[in-house]
Structure formats: C-alpha cells, structure tokens
Design a protein around this ligand. Sequence first.
Ligand SMILES: Cc1ncc(COP(=O)(O)O)c(C=O)c1O
Length: 412
Amino acid sequence: MSTTDKHAGPRKTAFEQRFSRYANRIVPSAIRGLATMAKAADCVSFGPGEPDSTLFPVAEIRDSLARILSKPETARAALQYGASEGDPALRDRISTYMHTKGVQCDRHNILLTNGAQQALDLVAELLVEPGATVLVQTPTYPGALQVFAAHGARMRGLEAARAGADDRPALIYAMSNFHNPTGATLSLAQRRELVALAGDLDTILVEDDPYEMLRYEGEALPPLLAVDTEARSIEDARTIYLGTFSKAVVPGFRVGWLVAPRAVVAKLALMKQSEDLQAGTLAQACLLDLFDSILDTHAGRLRDAYRIRRDTMLAALQSELGNRASWVVPQGGLFIWLNLEAHLDTHALLSRAAEVGVTYVPGSAFQPDGQGAAALRLSFSAAPLDRMQDGVRRLAKVLGDNAPGGRSGLTR
Ligand SMILES: Cc1ncc(COP(=O)(O)O)c(C=O)c1O
C-alpha cells in the first residue's frame, strides 16, 4: 500500500489519502498477526483461541443439511433471503434457551447477527460517539478493543470508574463467564456489583458470553442480563447480552445473537439491514435443526474434551512453571492467563518462543494502553493433548532463559 520515502517516512497512496477517519482508526488485531509469524516446524500453538476443528459436528451438520435440502419447501426457504432480525423460529428457540438462564424474553428481544463480533460492532455503532469513554475489564478481548477504537472510543479500565474518575461512559463491556483472556468467572456478588455500577453510572452494560456452554465445573450463575432484569422487565433493562454458536458449534457459520429491549433490537436490525441485510439463511436453518442435539449431546462432548485439555495444561504448568508464574484455574472456556515475573516482556519474547516451537498471545495485546507485558494468554483448545507438556516445557525454557542472570538479554 504505502511506500516509504527515506526523508518523509511512509508516503500515502492516492487511495490512502482518501481513507475516512473511521478507516484510519482500524488497526490490525495482535492475535490475527500470529498466523503469519515464522515458527518452528513442530510448533505447539497455544496462541489463537480457535475451537478444535477435529471436534466440529461435521456428520451432524451434513445430515442436517441433507434433511433441509432434500425437501423442496425447506430447501427454498433455507436458500432464500430472510428477515434482517433473523429466522423467527430460531429466535423463538433462542429465547426459550435464554429463559433457562433466567432471562424472560421473547423473539422480539432477539437479533441474529454474523457472530458476536458483528453484534459488538453494531452496539458500538449504536452507542459510541468518537471521544466517548468505554469501560472495560482489563485485560480484555482484543476484538472488542479493535471495535471500540475504530469507533473513536477512549478505553478505560473499570477500576477508573469505580474510583469515580470519568464522566458518564457510553457503555461498559464485560464478560461474566470464563473471561477472554483471564479465564475468570464473576461471582454472583460481582455480577450484582457490576449491574449496580452500570446503574450508578447511568450507562449500558454489554455482556459478551461466547463461552457459556463450555463450563467444565461449578454451578452456572445467572447472566448479568438476568440479574439486571430480576426486578424489572427486559424492556427496562440496561444490559445487552451477546451469545454465539461459534464456540459450541462452528465459527464458520458466523451466527450469533443479541438480547435487548425490543426497541433496541428494532433499531439494530435496521442498522444490520444497511450493513449486510441479514445473517446467512442456510446456517440459521441448520442451527435451528440442530439446536436440541447441540444442547443434549454435542456441548457435553465438547466439555469432556476441553476439560481434559485444560487439566493437562494445568498439570504441565504446575510441573514446569509452578514456581515462576501464577494463574487462576478457569471453570470453563478455552484460556489460561499467566502472570509472570515483572521483568519479563512477553511481546519481545514471542518471536524467540516461536523459533523454539511454542506460541502464545502476549499480555499487551489485551490492554487498551498496550501495557501488561509480564503476562500472557495460553489457549488449550487447539494443541494436541500429547504435545501440551512439550509446549509448556518450551515456554518455561524461553521464560527461564530470560530470568535475571539467564541466557538472553530480552528482558526489561
Ligand atoms: C470474548 C469474545 N467475544 C466475541 C468473539 C467473537 O465471536 P464470534 O465468532 O461469534 O464473532 C470472540 C471470539 O473469539 C471472543 O473471544
């Protein structure tokens, strides 16, 4: 794109000079950059948080598509344009599912989106003016930081708000279950406190809950939206809930959902219409067809498989890094967050780690201000079970080599 002029720095092409302010605020995600990094041939990947594709319900999806496409009426409907809000029957099914979580809603409170990521973008478009403050748990999901930055938001940690440092924020972005990246789950008291904080600050709470079906232990707690609507109707809620089929079924379908008051859903549906008309009809038909078997069998299979991976990684961490890192045992989700000795810079160490055959995501990728270098996120979803110990050993070696007095000088 741009060429470099030795004296004047990067020179913008005629196109780049015409980019909008919005386009110029879009920055690459640190995680997606991992894919292009030079790695050892036998590299163990603890980086991207992708679900394990060997666990995809391929046979179930194939059978479902055959069922849908073998009858002319269902085939035509599944291949035709559909409503911008999404298929009414799937919205009904999701609203019934939300009831089981304590959220009293109906189909008019549900909007189907192209994954939770689009829901985040639509919500930012709805609520965030350039220069507005968005409060986030720090560290947080880089994909959300990317969206809020693109909309010109100033991101602040929730602690700043608790200390009363800001004016009314445009929204609070939070994960209640198996946080990406820390793996932490909010207690019921913390959920109540967050909902109360949103009330005190007179702002909107955006609850991102993509991993909720992947709980390996402990009791499920009510979502923030359920806490918010304990004593009032969903029409008076100040929480917007985001769900997705990406983690419990397949990300390639690109179908997620959003739960909000009817008027909010109606407005967001219009915005979605102008963006992409609707989520894919065939994927929605397939998800409706598979909904019960996902809940009854497939999610259980995923939980069993990922629980074993989590436990294998925890055992490897204990033996290889037990005295040099700390972590919280995640009750679900796909991530373990390591807090390391303060002098370590995991961003600077990443290329060395990839050379010796292990990848992770450096802590700074999850911070609005790029700080937090002495931490990293490990994903236990994609690496084969029999490579985990080896991968953690390589990581321990790279970190150990960089201990004070260690071999390399890549510390700060
Ligand atoms: C916290 C969080 N929110 C949203 C998303 C995006 O999910 P989707 O595939 O539904 O767009 C992810 C994906 O990794 C995520 O971790």
